[in-house]
Each structure stands twice: as C-alpha cells, then as structure tokens.
Design a protein around this ligand. Structure first.
Ligand SMILES: C[C@@](CO)(OP(=O)(O)O)[C@H](O)COP(=O)(O)OP(=O)(O)OC[C@H]1O[C@@H](n2ccc(N)nc2=O)[C@H](O)[C@@H]1O
Ligand SMILES: Nc1ncnc2c1ncn2[C@@H]1O[C@H](COP(=O)(O)OP(=O)(O)O)[C@@H](O)[C@H]1O
Length: 284
C-alpha cells in the first residue's frame, strides 16, 4: 500500500447559477452548472500510526483546527472508526473566498485521498454525503465530473460541457458568501428550468443571480466584469470574487489576459469535464 500520496485539488467555475428558492433552514436552493478547470492546489497526504491529524504548514488566515483539510480528515476518521492518522500538507495556488471552491476542493481531495491511504473503500456517494457536512460545494469535487446541480448543490447529474479556455480574474478582494445570501436585494425567485434548457447555453440562462448584488457591494468586481465584457460575455463564479469569460483558443485567452490590469490576479485555464483528482487516482 502507498503510504504517501500527492493529489490535485482543482478549482471549479459555476458556468451559470440560478437561485430558485430559500429553504426553511435559511440555505438557498440553486440550479448551477459546475465545471472543473486545470488550476489546482496540491495536497500531500501521508498515513501515520498514532491517530494524529496534522497539517504541517499554516494556511494564512485559517486556524489549524478550522482548516477544511483538517476538518475533512477528522470527519472521515470519526465516521470510519480507523485508528490511523495523517500528516497533511497543501501547496495553495487558488485564491481563498474567490468562488473557485478551493477550500471545498481541498476537503474533497482529503476525503478521497485518505479513503485510499487508509484503505476504507467507502463509495464516492458516501464520501460526498460526508463532505456535504463541510460545505455545499464539497460533493461536486468528490463526484469528479462536470455536473448539473440542484438543491444546495448536492443533487448532482453528470453532464458534458464545452471545454473552452477561460480567462479568470480575481480583483484582489474577498466576498463574504453568507453576506451575499443574506442580502435582501438578492434575486432568490428565479423560475426553475430544466437541465436540458440549461445545457443549451447562452443568454438568458447562462447568468449568475448573485451578480447584481455582488456588483453593487463590491465595485472592483463590477469593474473586472465590465472590462472582461469588452472581449467576451463575462460572468461571476459562485458568489465571487472571481469573474471569467470563455475563449475558443488558448492563444486568444492569453492575449486578453495580458491586457488585464496588473492590479488583478489573472489566469488562463482550460475547462475540463473530469476532475484532475479522479484522473490522478484512475477512477475513470
Ligand atoms: C454558492 C456557491 C456556488 O458554488 O458559491 P461559492 O462559495 O463557490 O462562491 C456555493 O454553493 C457555496 O458553497 P460553500 O462556499 O461551500 O458555502 P457553505 O460554506 O456551504 O455556506 C456558507 C453560507 O452561505 C449560505 N448559503 C450557502 C449555500 C447555499 N446554497 N445557500 C446559502 O444560503 C449559508 O448562509 C451558509 O452558511
Ligand atoms: N484549506 C482551505 N483552503 C481555502 N479556504 C479554507 C480552507 N480551509 C478553510 N477555509 C475557509 O473557507 C473559506 C472559503 O474558501 P474557498 O472555498 O477557497 O472559497 P469559495 O467558497 O469562495 O470558493 C475561506 O475564506 C477560508 O476562511
């Protein structure tokens, strides 16, 4: 058995995101298309015999015990009853609170990776159910395929999306997800659409219902969206702060990225239909 693994934790984009209601527990019912991109954090996971869970280096602004990597490892340890522990390290590339799902993806890679290292043989469905306790976005990263998601993001149907080159811009601020969901001005009554309709793509369905409120509260995000819209239809991912636009070629995407303000962080990344995590583990 491998006693150490290094695995990717990819980012996601919400190609569209509609808010179709609010549940009694305050969470919002969504309809969204998730797609992975080839932009990754990397986690190194090693099993240990003493039952301890240790993340070796700090992630800035997050306490050790609050880190989603540590929380995911402890959750799986409790759930499975294993006596093994883990030493964990993360190489962070993805901006935090950027709508790219980095924290959720780190949690999913921890669950999937430790399931292997600890030889627990839990199914992806079981790991996704566990992951939902950590965040609404964790299940799609466990699932590992582009997906149409409903509920709070946990009812997943695999789909195949186009795989353009994206320009992704982080305007250097972070958005409070709870703050956006609590905003009285948020559109939360979009009419539910069918998956087939969503997959047809294009306006008006490929919009993000959080965008109006986010633009109002965070002018730098409005600025990035408006700048990118000069080149191709631009959209917010999740509750932001990242915005993105799709291009047919890597060359065009790179040319646009080079024009972006040096005050922003800008990436060019390819859309993917399968998660690099699952490719690495040979699930497919
Ligand atoms: C809206 C999405 C779309 O991908 O945005 P991003 O976070 O990626 O930007 C996600 O579903 C977010 O998922 P995640 O970031 O894991 O959020 P969570 O930790 O589960 O929730 C943070 C808070 O946002 C609110 N929340 C979250 C999800 C949801 N469907 N309805 C909500 O009302 C709740 O107040 C919750 O306490
Ligand atoms: N390993 C982690 N990586 C990133 N964020 C983490 C991690 N553990 C906990 N967090 C917390 O989760 C929040 C959301 O992070 P992230 O998933 O990157 O953003 P988003 O949900 O906007 O895509 C962060 O602001 C941070 O406080």
């Amino acid at each position: 058995m491998n006693s150490q693994l290094t695995l990717p934790a990819p980012a996601k984009l919400n190609r569209m995101l509609h808010i179709v209601g609010r549940r009694e527990d305050g969470f919002h019912s969504l309809q969204t298309l998730f797609q992975f991109i080839d932009l990754n954090d990397h986690l190194t996971l090693a099993a240990r015999d003493d039952g301890d869970i240790q993340l070796t280096q700090a992630v800035s602004g997050v306490n050790h015990d609050d880190n989603l990597i540590v929380r995911a490892a402890r959750l799986l340890q409790r759930h499975s009853g294993t006596l093994l522990g883990a030493t964990l390290a993360v190489n962070k590339q993805l901006p935090m609170g950027g709508g790219l799902g980095g924290g959720s993806s780190n949690a999913a890679t921890t669950l999937v990776g430790l399931n292997h290292l600890w030889q627990l043989n839990l199914s992806l469905e079981e790991l996704a159910r566990l992951g939902l306790q950590l965040g609404a976005d964790v299940p799609v990263f466990v699932h590992g395929h582009s997906a149409w998601a409903e509920g709070i993001g946990e009812q997943l149907t695999s789909v195949t999306l186009d795989t353009p080159w994206f320009v992704i811009i982080h305007p250097g601020i972070s958005v409070s997800t709870p703050g956006i969901f609590q905003d009285p001005q948020l559109t939360r009554d979009s009419r539910p659409i069918t998956m087939a309709r969503a997959l047809q793509g294009g306006a008006p369905e490929w919009r993000n219902d959080c965008e109006a409120v986010v633009k109002e509260r965070y002018p730098p995000i409005a600025e990035a969206l408006d700048w990118l819209a000069q080149h191709a239809p631009s959209r917010l991912t999740g509750t932001g702060a990242c915005v993105f636009a799709a291009f047919e070629s890597q060359q065009t995407a790179q040319a646009i990225a080079q024009l972006a303000s040096p005050h922003w962080s800008t990436w060019v990344a390819r859309g993917l239909n399968t998660s690099p995590l699952h490719d690495a583990l040979g699930y497919l």
